[in-house]
Write a protein that binds this ligand. Structure first.
Ligand code: N01
Length: 557
């Protein structure tokens, strides 16, 4: 989406106006997969490897999911490259080399293109094909998906690999249509690029996307104005070029490293000293040393360094104040430094933001922090942004305003299960899914990293592999046993949903207004969506469910 294509945000593609009257039915397949990011690509490879016929339908013009969409300057992953990559194929992980500790967007997209070629995936992927609806046919126990190409696709099983952060939130500020300059959303950066050299650029949004963009744009833009509503705790990634010696050593024991990752709560190992002690019972001097060590180590593991940071507000405050002290040390203007300090939520209750030099940009003369909490933005004017206090003239406005996360992509489609019941209605008060992978009343349909699974709290690639493998095993089992219908039991689903809520409530995580709770989207039910139980413990639950004959599911032949 950019100023020339406002419609792109919010799940609408080329639109129904292109659709020929009367959809054309396509040859049925065993499994339809929706989405061709990490999840869809692996689902295709894995299911095809079981001898099933699989077709992937994907709205963008080429595969890559979030890494094809987020082409904004500075876009980079906040999980280390050698962890944020597929582990299912030893040869793949041996042959691929990451150039940095944290991979930039372009490199991850190159990796995914390599995966597509290496496993000959392209022949079963239909790009530029947006699924508009999915309807369960009770007579045949099959799904029928209708696309914006005016075609219908049928299969017994459907895997929704639609991503947790794939529906950008459109800017909801009045007046945008009148803006004379150019505006863009970070999640839909122009493919041809956008030269910001010398321009007056305004950035709205200071989450992960905004922070990365600001860091990259400072010094390129003639002037950068960062409109900040809520400060976040921005932690250092400590990114660096990949050390060839480290890479050699890691690759020599890659399988062992992955096996260790499978036993962790995050889906990747953390330093040995992390998670050993409680902050409140550790003497202040030692606590400070441990915070310093993990700050130097870098990465999102900061929030796991003590056992009590996410469950005890006083413990959390020790970490929060450590970060505020760092901000005050880095940012020389005390007023700006104080504005950048978060006080309104405990550290880690919103997704931690990782940076590669964010706070120092505020020491530059050409970067200004505009506090839009005390003086909110009222409108976009033809010249720029107006707040309750001033008007700021701009050539470009960059919106890093986030996503309708976790449920947005699923609910953008009209999904109808048994008796025509719609998922939108079922989820009107918040998402409910058994194990975060299947919904009662929607047989044979599975979600990869859906709400109620650890997903966004973990290394997404590890969680994707975990889900794809489990779903594939179930589909293979069904195929082998002539099972026509797999359905989550409502009682088991209710128990799981309650368990997910109880586990979240035992932590500080639901306390903040975050996209984890849906609080960033007006009108969205406020429910803490991911499962805080952790990657490995959740994996054990999945393993027990399948070992015991798929408890909580009814399997009908
Ligand atoms: O989105 P966000 P994001 N006026 O929702 C502000 C992943 N990710 O795209 O906090 C003014 O976090 C809003 O302000 P407030 C990662 O999981 C990963 O940055 O609501 N401001 C907030 O500052 C991440 O968490 C990577 O007060 C407005 C911002 O917009 C997730 O994606 C990189 C506003 C939205 O922040 C989402 O991150 C990028 C308004 N009207 C993303 N409306 C990496 O791997 C919204 N805001 C590193």
């Amino acid at each position: 989406m950019d100023s020339q294509d406002v419609q792109g945000v919010g799940g609408q593609g080329r639109g129904e106006q292109d659709a020929a009257p009367g959809p054309t039915p396509r040859e049925p397949v065993d499994v339809l997969v929706v989405g061709a990011g990490f999840a869809g690509l692996y689902a295709l490879h894995r299911l095809r490897g079981s001898g099933l016929t699989v077709r992937v339908l994907d709205a963008p013009e080429s595969p890559g999911g979030t890494w094809a969409a987020n082409r904004y300057p500075g876009a980079r992953c906040d999980v280390q490259s050698f962890d944020y990559s597929f582990s299912f194929d030893e040869a793949l992980q041996q042959e691929w080399s990451w150039s940095e500790r944290y991979a930039a967007q372009g490199e991850i997209l190159d990796y995914l293109r390599h995966v597509v070629d290496r496993f000959d995936l392209a022949r079963d992927i239909e790009s530029s094909t947006r699924v508009l609806s999915a309807v369960f046919d009770q007579a045949t126990d099959e799904w029928e998906l209708t696309t914006d190409r005016g075609e219908t696709h049928r299969s017994r099983f459907v895997v929704m690999a639609t991503g947790c952060l794939s529906v950008p939130r459109p800017p909801d500020i009045p007046g945008l249509g009148r803006f004379r300059g150019r505006w863009v959303h970070t999640a839909d950066w122009p493919r041809e690029g956008l030269d910001l050299t010398g321009l007056r650029v305004g950035l709205i949004g200071t989450g992960s996307s905004g922070v990365q963009f600001a860091t990259a744009a400072a010094g390129v833009a003639g002037e950068l104005l960062v409109f900040q509503r809520s400060p976040n705790y921005v932690l250092p990634a400590q990114n660096r070029p990949m050390d060839p010696e480290f890479e050699r050593e890691l690759k020599a024991r890659y399988a062992e490293h992955r096996a260790l990752a499978k036993q962790t709560t995050r889906g990747y190992p953390v330093p040995a000293y992390a998670g050993q002690k409680a902050a409140l019972t550790t003497p202040a001097e030692e606590r400070q040393e441990i915070f310093e060590a993990i700050w130097e180590h870098g990465g999102p593991v900061f929030t796991s360094v003590f056992t009590d940071l996410t469950v005890d507000e006083a413990a959390n405050e020790t970490a929060a104040e450590f970060v505020r002290q760092k901000i005050r040390q880095i940012v020389t203007d005390p007023v700006t430094a104080e504005l950048l300090c978060p006080y309104d939520h405990p550290l880690g209750t919103r997704r931690p933001v990782l940076d590669t030099g964010y706070y120092p940009i505020f020491n530059r003369d050409d970067v200004t922090l505009v506090d839009v909490r005390t003086a909110p933005i009222t409108e976009i004017t033809p010249a720029g942004v107006r707040t309750t206090e001033a008007e700021y003239e701009l050539d470009v406005i960059v919106f890093a305003t986030g996503y309708d996360a976790m449920t947005g992509a699923l609910l953008a489609m009209d999904i109808r299960g048994l008796d025509g019941v719609s998922l939108r209605e079922e989820w009107a008060d918040g998402p409910a899914a058994y194990l975060g992978v299947a919904m009662a009343g929607f047989p044979n349909l599975f979600t990869v990293t859906g709400p109620g699974s650890p997903s966004v709290l973990t290394n997404m690639v590890a969680s994707i592999e975990q889900h794809v493998e489990w779903i594939s095993d179930l589909v293979e089992h069904a195929h082998a046993t002539g099972t026509r219908r797999i359905e989550a039991e409502p009682a088991d689903q209710n128990r799981w949903v309650q368990h997910v809520l109880d586990r979240a409530e035992a932590t500080l995580l639901p306390k903040a207004n975050s996209w984890w709770t849906g609080a960033n989207v007006p009108g969205k039910p406020r429910v803490f969506m991911p499962y805080v139980g952790g990657y490995a413990p959740y994996g054990q639950v999945l393993a027990e469910v399948s070992r015991d004959g798929y408890t909580g599911f009814s399997l009908t032949r």
